[in-house]
Write a new protein. Structure first.
Length: 369
Protein backbone atom coordinates (compact mmCIF):
# COMPACT_ATOMS: atom_id res chain seq x y z
CA UNK A 1 0.00 0.00 0.00
CA UNK A 2 1.32 3.40 -0.96
CA UNK A 3 2.06 5.98 1.69
CA UNK A 4 1.12 9.61 1.15
CA UNK A 5 2.82 12.62 2.68
CA UNK A 6 1.67 16.23 2.48
CA UNK A 7 4.70 18.49 2.40
CA UNK A 8 3.24 21.35 4.42
CA UNK A 9 -0.17 22.25 5.90
CA UNK A 10 -2.58 24.57 4.17
CA UNK A 11 -5.59 26.45 5.52
CA UNK A 12 -8.50 27.35 3.28
CA UNK A 13 -10.10 30.80 3.42
CA UNK A 14 -13.77 31.59 2.81
CA UNK A 15 -12.84 32.76 -0.69
CA UNK A 16 -11.08 29.44 -1.34
CA UNK A 17 -14.13 27.48 -0.18
CA UNK A 18 -16.43 29.50 -2.42
CA UNK A 19 -14.18 28.85 -5.41
CA UNK A 20 -14.00 25.12 -4.69
CA UNK A 21 -17.73 24.64 -4.18
CA UNK A 22 -19.06 26.97 -6.88
CA UNK A 23 -16.46 26.82 -9.66
CA UNK A 24 -14.02 23.90 -9.26
CA UNK A 25 -16.95 21.50 -8.78
CA UNK A 26 -17.98 22.39 -12.37
CA UNK A 27 -14.47 21.91 -13.75
CA UNK A 28 -13.78 18.58 -12.04
CA UNK A 29 -16.05 16.18 -10.18
CA UNK A 30 -17.39 17.07 -6.71
CA UNK A 31 -15.50 14.05 -5.37
CA UNK A 32 -12.23 15.56 -6.60
CA UNK A 33 -13.04 18.76 -4.70
CA UNK A 34 -13.86 16.71 -1.60
CA UNK A 35 -10.55 14.88 -1.96
CA UNK A 36 -8.62 18.15 -2.08
CA UNK A 37 -10.45 19.54 0.97
CA UNK A 38 -9.83 16.30 2.85
CA UNK A 39 -6.10 16.50 2.09
CA UNK A 40 -6.11 20.06 3.46
CA UNK A 41 -7.69 18.78 6.67
CA UNK A 42 -5.23 15.87 6.94
CA UNK A 43 -2.32 18.26 6.43
CA UNK A 44 -3.14 20.08 9.68
CA UNK A 45 -4.13 17.26 12.04
CA UNK A 46 -2.24 14.18 10.85
CA UNK A 47 1.16 15.77 10.20
CA UNK A 48 0.57 15.05 6.53
CA UNK A 49 1.05 11.27 6.71
CA UNK A 50 -1.72 8.84 5.70
CA UNK A 51 -2.61 5.88 3.48
CA UNK A 52 -5.06 5.39 0.62
CA UNK A 53 -7.38 3.56 2.99
CA UNK A 54 -7.52 6.57 5.33
CA UNK A 55 -8.82 8.76 2.52
CA UNK A 56 -11.16 6.10 1.16
CA UNK A 57 -12.94 5.74 4.51
CA UNK A 58 -13.69 9.46 4.76
CA UNK A 59 -14.84 9.80 1.16
CA UNK A 60 -16.83 6.54 1.17
CA UNK A 61 -14.98 5.25 -1.91
CA UNK A 62 -12.88 2.18 -2.63
CA UNK A 63 -9.12 2.27 -2.05
CA UNK A 64 -8.35 2.01 -5.75
CA UNK A 65 -10.42 5.15 -6.45
CA UNK A 66 -8.22 7.38 -4.29
CA UNK A 67 -5.26 7.71 -6.65
CA UNK A 68 -7.30 8.81 -9.72
CA UNK A 69 -9.00 11.49 -7.62
CA UNK A 70 -5.62 12.84 -6.48
CA UNK A 71 -4.38 12.78 -10.05
CA UNK A 72 -7.42 14.85 -11.00
CA UNK A 73 -6.42 17.39 -8.32
CA UNK A 74 -2.98 17.59 -9.93
CA UNK A 75 -4.50 18.12 -13.38
CA UNK A 76 -6.23 21.36 -12.31
CA UNK A 77 -3.29 22.71 -10.32
CA UNK A 78 -4.62 22.06 -6.84
CA UNK A 79 -1.51 20.08 -5.88
CA UNK A 80 1.83 18.78 -7.16
CA UNK A 81 2.83 15.10 -7.15
CA UNK A 82 6.30 13.70 -6.32
CA UNK A 83 6.84 9.92 -6.11
CA UNK A 84 9.82 7.94 -4.84
CA UNK A 85 10.11 4.39 -3.41
CA UNK A 86 6.34 3.90 -3.12
CA UNK A 87 6.04 7.13 -1.12
CA UNK A 88 4.10 9.97 -2.73
CA UNK A 89 4.67 13.53 -1.58
CA UNK A 90 1.89 16.02 -2.30
CA UNK A 91 2.41 19.77 -2.28
CA UNK A 92 -0.98 21.43 -1.92
CA UNK A 93 -1.63 24.67 -3.77
CA UNK A 94 -4.16 27.37 -2.93
CA UNK A 95 -7.13 27.32 -5.32
CA UNK A 96 -7.65 30.12 -7.81
CA UNK A 97 -10.36 32.64 -7.04
CA UNK A 98 -13.60 32.59 -9.00
CA UNK A 99 -12.55 35.71 -10.90
CA UNK A 100 -9.21 34.11 -11.83
CA UNK A 101 -11.01 30.96 -12.97
CA UNK A 102 -13.47 32.84 -15.17
CA UNK A 103 -10.55 34.77 -16.74
CA UNK A 104 -8.48 31.59 -17.22
CA UNK A 105 -7.93 30.73 -20.92
CA UNK A 106 -9.06 27.11 -20.43
CA UNK A 107 -11.15 27.03 -17.27
CA UNK A 108 -12.93 30.26 -18.19
CA UNK A 109 -14.13 28.82 -21.53
CA UNK A 110 -15.26 25.67 -19.72
CA UNK A 111 -17.16 27.64 -17.07
CA UNK A 112 -18.86 29.81 -19.68
CA UNK A 113 -20.64 26.75 -21.02
CA UNK A 114 -22.02 25.70 -17.63
CA UNK A 115 -25.63 26.33 -16.63
CA UNK A 116 -24.62 27.85 -13.32
CA UNK A 117 -26.93 30.47 -11.83
CA UNK A 118 -24.11 31.69 -9.61
CA UNK A 119 -21.67 32.24 -12.47
CA UNK A 120 -24.32 34.03 -14.52
CA UNK A 121 -25.08 36.27 -11.56
CA UNK A 122 -21.41 37.26 -11.40
CA UNK A 123 -21.73 38.81 -14.85
CA UNK A 124 -24.72 40.91 -13.85
CA UNK A 125 -24.36 44.51 -12.77
CA UNK A 126 -26.57 45.60 -9.90
CA UNK A 127 -28.12 49.02 -10.61
CA UNK A 128 -27.68 51.64 -7.88
CA UNK A 129 -30.66 52.57 -5.72
CA UNK A 130 -32.71 55.50 -6.98
CA UNK A 131 -32.51 58.60 -4.83
CA UNK A 132 -36.32 58.88 -5.00
CA UNK A 133 -36.95 55.64 -3.09
CA UNK A 134 -38.65 56.08 0.28
CA UNK A 135 -37.94 53.46 3.00
CA UNK A 136 -40.97 51.75 4.47
CA UNK A 137 -41.23 50.80 8.13
CA UNK A 138 -43.52 48.32 9.83
CA UNK A 139 -44.82 48.49 13.36
CA UNK A 140 -43.88 45.60 15.62
CA UNK A 141 -46.87 43.53 16.72
CA UNK A 142 -47.21 44.32 20.43
CA UNK A 143 -49.31 41.21 20.95
CA UNK A 144 -46.10 39.19 20.76
CA UNK A 145 -44.90 40.91 23.95
CA UNK A 146 -47.69 39.45 26.10
CA UNK A 147 -46.67 36.47 28.21
CA UNK A 148 -48.68 33.83 29.94
CA UNK A 149 -46.81 32.98 33.14
CA UNK A 150 -48.62 29.66 33.39
CA UNK A 151 -46.59 28.55 30.38
CA UNK A 152 -43.31 29.32 32.12
CA UNK A 153 -42.87 25.72 33.19
CA UNK A 154 -42.58 24.72 29.55
CA UNK A 155 -39.35 26.71 29.28
CA UNK A 156 -37.67 25.74 32.52
CA UNK A 157 -34.18 24.47 32.08
CA UNK A 158 -34.13 20.71 32.09
CA UNK A 159 -31.37 18.96 33.99
CA UNK A 160 -30.07 15.96 32.13
CA UNK A 161 -29.62 13.03 34.45
CA UNK A 162 -26.36 11.26 33.82
CA UNK A 163 -26.39 7.52 33.46
CA UNK A 164 -25.63 5.64 36.66
CA UNK A 165 -23.46 3.11 34.91
CA UNK A 166 -20.13 4.03 33.40
CA UNK A 167 -20.24 4.55 29.65
CA UNK A 168 -17.04 3.42 28.02
CA UNK A 169 -18.41 2.29 24.64
CA UNK A 170 -17.65 4.82 21.87
CA UNK A 171 -20.34 4.69 19.14
CA UNK A 172 -18.28 6.80 16.71
CA UNK A 173 -15.29 4.49 17.04
CA UNK A 174 -17.59 1.49 16.54
CA UNK A 175 -18.97 3.01 13.33
CA UNK A 176 -15.47 3.80 12.08
CA UNK A 177 -14.54 0.15 12.55
CA UNK A 178 -17.62 -1.01 10.64
CA UNK A 179 -17.64 -0.70 6.87
CA UNK A 180 -20.93 -0.31 5.02
CA UNK A 181 -20.68 -3.96 4.05
CA UNK A 182 -20.45 -5.17 7.67
CA UNK A 183 -22.96 -2.71 9.14
CA UNK A 184 -25.07 -1.17 6.34
CA UNK A 185 -26.34 2.40 6.65
CA UNK A 186 -29.96 1.20 6.79
CA UNK A 187 -29.31 -0.19 10.29
CA UNK A 188 -27.60 2.92 11.67
CA UNK A 189 -30.77 4.43 13.08
CA UNK A 190 -30.79 6.19 16.49
CA UNK A 191 -32.92 3.41 18.00
CA UNK A 192 -30.65 0.58 16.87
CA UNK A 193 -27.49 2.48 17.82
CA UNK A 194 -28.92 3.21 21.28
CA UNK A 195 -29.71 -0.48 21.80
CA UNK A 196 -26.21 -1.51 20.74
CA UNK A 197 -24.66 1.12 23.03
CA UNK A 198 -26.79 -0.03 25.99
CA UNK A 199 -25.80 -3.66 25.50
CA UNK A 200 -22.13 -2.73 25.16
CA UNK A 201 -22.11 -0.58 28.30
CA UNK A 202 -24.05 -3.17 30.28
CA UNK A 203 -21.83 -6.12 29.43
CA UNK A 204 -18.61 -4.15 28.86
CA UNK A 205 -18.20 -5.04 25.20
CA UNK A 206 -15.46 -3.15 23.39
CA UNK A 207 -16.00 -1.67 19.93
CA UNK A 208 -14.09 -4.34 18.00
CA UNK A 209 -15.92 -7.20 19.75
CA UNK A 210 -19.30 -5.53 19.23
CA UNK A 211 -18.57 -5.32 15.50
CA UNK A 212 -18.12 -9.10 15.50
CA UNK A 213 -21.34 -9.72 17.41
CA UNK A 214 -23.37 -7.33 15.24
CA UNK A 215 -22.18 -8.90 12.00
CA UNK A 216 -23.47 -12.29 13.20
CA UNK A 217 -27.06 -11.09 13.72
CA UNK A 218 -27.60 -9.29 10.40
CA UNK A 219 -29.45 -10.98 7.55
CA UNK A 220 -27.94 -9.18 4.58
CA UNK A 221 -30.33 -10.75 2.06
CA UNK A 222 -33.48 -9.70 3.91
CA UNK A 223 -31.92 -6.49 5.31
CA UNK A 224 -32.90 -7.31 8.92
CA UNK A 225 -31.06 -7.24 12.24
CA UNK A 226 -31.97 -9.41 15.25
CA UNK A 227 -31.24 -7.35 18.38
CA UNK A 228 -32.64 -10.02 20.71
CA UNK A 229 -30.14 -12.51 19.32
CA UNK A 230 -27.40 -9.89 19.71
CA UNK A 231 -28.19 -9.58 23.41
CA UNK A 232 -28.27 -13.36 23.82
CA UNK A 233 -24.93 -13.80 22.03
CA UNK A 234 -23.27 -11.18 24.19
CA UNK A 235 -24.63 -12.79 27.37
CA UNK A 236 -23.42 -16.27 26.44
CA UNK A 237 -20.23 -15.56 24.52
CA UNK A 238 -18.68 -12.40 25.93
CA UNK A 239 -16.39 -12.43 28.94
CA UNK A 240 -16.43 -9.23 30.95
CA UNK A 241 -12.93 -8.17 31.95
CA UNK A 242 -10.58 -5.27 32.57
CA UNK A 243 -12.93 -3.16 34.69
CA UNK A 244 -11.69 -1.75 38.01
CA UNK A 245 -13.97 1.22 38.80
CA UNK A 246 -16.20 0.59 41.82
CA UNK A 247 -19.61 2.19 42.38
CA UNK A 248 -22.79 0.73 43.84
CA UNK A 249 -24.77 2.43 41.07
CA UNK A 250 -23.04 0.72 38.16
CA UNK A 251 -24.18 -2.43 36.41
CA UNK A 252 -23.87 -5.60 38.49
CA UNK A 253 -21.51 -7.34 36.05
CA UNK A 254 -19.07 -4.43 35.94
CA UNK A 255 -19.34 -4.10 39.74
CA UNK A 256 -18.52 -7.79 40.22
CA UNK A 257 -15.56 -7.43 37.87
CA UNK A 258 -14.30 -4.45 39.88
CA UNK A 259 -14.62 -6.47 43.10
CA UNK A 260 -12.31 -9.03 41.49
CA UNK A 261 -9.79 -6.33 40.52
CA UNK A 262 -10.68 -6.46 36.84
CA UNK A 263 -10.32 -10.20 36.37
CA UNK A 264 -12.69 -11.73 33.77
CA UNK A 265 -16.03 -13.10 34.98
CA UNK A 266 -16.26 -16.81 34.28
CA UNK A 267 -19.48 -18.02 32.69
CA UNK A 268 -20.54 -19.90 35.84
CA UNK A 269 -20.32 -16.77 38.00
CA UNK A 270 -22.10 -14.67 35.37
CA UNK A 271 -24.99 -17.13 35.23
CA UNK A 272 -25.26 -17.14 39.03
CA UNK A 273 -25.30 -13.32 39.13
CA UNK A 274 -28.10 -13.17 36.56
CA UNK A 275 -30.01 -15.83 38.53
CA UNK A 276 -29.72 -13.85 41.79
CA UNK A 277 -30.68 -10.62 40.03
CA UNK A 278 -33.85 -12.23 38.69
CA UNK A 279 -34.71 -13.96 42.00
CA UNK A 280 -34.34 -10.97 44.32
CA UNK A 281 -36.08 -7.67 43.63
CA UNK A 282 -33.40 -5.43 45.14
CA UNK A 283 -32.54 -2.18 43.38
CA UNK A 284 -29.16 -1.81 41.67
CA UNK A 285 -27.30 -0.38 44.68
CA UNK A 286 -28.67 -2.96 47.12
CA UNK A 287 -27.97 -5.86 44.78
CA UNK A 288 -24.37 -4.72 44.27
CA UNK A 289 -23.96 -4.46 48.05
CA UNK A 290 -25.32 -8.02 48.29
CA UNK A 291 -22.62 -9.22 45.88
CA UNK A 292 -19.96 -7.40 47.88
CA UNK A 293 -21.24 -8.90 51.15
CA UNK A 294 -21.25 -12.41 49.70
CA UNK A 295 -17.65 -12.18 48.48
CA UNK A 296 -16.30 -10.52 51.64
CA UNK A 297 -18.02 -12.86 54.09
CA UNK A 298 -17.02 -15.97 52.12
CA UNK A 299 -13.41 -14.87 51.57
CA UNK A 300 -13.89 -14.58 47.81
CA UNK A 301 -15.86 -17.80 47.25
CA UNK A 302 -19.02 -17.41 45.17
CA UNK A 303 -21.42 -20.34 45.45
CA UNK A 304 -25.15 -20.54 44.87
CA UNK A 305 -25.90 -22.09 48.27
CA UNK A 306 -24.09 -19.43 50.26
CA UNK A 307 -25.37 -16.56 48.07
CA UNK A 308 -28.98 -17.72 48.53
CA UNK A 309 -28.41 -18.09 52.28
CA UNK A 310 -27.47 -14.42 52.57
CA UNK A 311 -30.11 -13.28 50.09
CA UNK A 312 -32.90 -15.10 51.96
CA UNK A 313 -31.76 -13.64 55.29
CA UNK A 314 -32.06 -10.15 53.76
CA UNK A 315 -35.57 -10.96 52.54
CA UNK A 316 -36.58 -12.17 56.01
CA UNK A 317 -35.10 -9.00 57.51
CA UNK A 318 -37.25 -6.98 55.07
CA UNK A 319 -34.29 -5.19 53.50
CA UNK A 320 -35.63 -2.60 51.04
CA UNK A 321 -32.63 -0.45 50.14
CA UNK A 322 -28.89 -0.20 50.62
CA UNK A 323 -29.26 1.67 53.94
CA UNK A 324 -31.37 -1.19 55.35
CA UNK A 325 -28.81 -3.69 54.06
CA UNK A 326 -25.88 -1.89 55.67
CA UNK A 327 -27.69 -1.66 59.03
CA UNK A 328 -28.57 -5.35 58.88
CA UNK A 329 -25.01 -6.41 58.02
CA UNK A 330 -23.64 -4.23 60.84
CA UNK A 331 -26.08 -5.71 63.35
CA UNK A 332 -25.18 -9.25 62.30
CA UNK A 333 -21.48 -8.43 62.62
CA UNK A 334 -22.02 -7.13 66.16
CA UNK A 335 -23.97 -10.26 67.13
CA UNK A 336 -21.25 -12.50 65.75
CA UNK A 337 -18.48 -10.63 67.55
CA UNK A 338 -20.41 -10.77 70.86
CA UNK A 339 -20.48 -14.57 70.66
CA UNK A 340 -16.70 -14.86 70.48
CA UNK A 341 -15.40 -16.82 73.49
CA UNK A 342 -13.22 -14.66 75.72
CA UNK A 343 -10.14 -16.65 76.66
CA UNK A 344 -8.60 -16.20 80.11
CA UNK A 345 -5.16 -14.66 80.52
CA UNK A 346 -3.58 -17.97 81.58
CA UNK A 347 -4.66 -19.64 78.28
CA UNK A 348 -1.47 -18.50 76.53
CA UNK A 349 0.58 -19.89 79.39
CA UNK A 350 -0.66 -23.44 78.78
CA UNK A 351 2.04 -25.20 76.79
CA UNK A 352 0.46 -28.56 76.00
CA UNK A 353 -1.71 -28.40 72.88
CA UNK A 354 -3.97 -31.18 74.19
CA UNK A 355 -4.60 -29.24 77.39
CA UNK A 356 -5.41 -26.16 75.33
CA UNK A 357 -8.06 -28.05 73.36
CA UNK A 358 -9.65 -29.41 76.55
CA UNK A 359 -9.63 -25.97 78.14
CA UNK A 360 -11.24 -24.38 75.08
CA UNK A 361 -13.90 -27.13 75.05
CA UNK A 362 -14.73 -26.52 78.72
CA UNK A 363 -15.04 -22.78 78.16
CA UNK A 364 -17.47 -23.32 75.31
CA UNK A 365 -19.59 -25.68 77.44
CA UNK A 366 -19.70 -23.10 80.20
CA UNK A 367 -20.79 -20.46 77.73
CA UNK A 368 -23.60 -22.70 76.44
CA UNK A 369 -24.89 -23.26 79.99
Amino acid sequence: MKKWIIHHPITLSTQDLNALQLAYSLIVTPQTVSMYMLCCAFSTIREGSFTSHDLAIHLNVFDHEVEPLLQSCVSVGLCEWYEQNNVITLVLKAPLSITQLTDHPLFGRLLSTQESLYLKALMMKYPPLSQNLTPTSFKYNQRQLSWDESQEQNFQKQTIQSSTQDSFFKPNLFLNLCTDIIFPMVFRTPEIMQTIENIANTYLVDEASMRKYVSKVINYDKQTINLDKLLQNVKTMHQVSGYTNLSYQQHHLSFFTALNEGRPIIQKDQQLIEYLKEKYTFDQETFNFLLETILKSSQGRFTRKYAEQIGESWVRAKVKNIEDAKRYVTSQTNVTSSKVVQLPDYYDQVEDSHDKENLLKQLKEMDDE
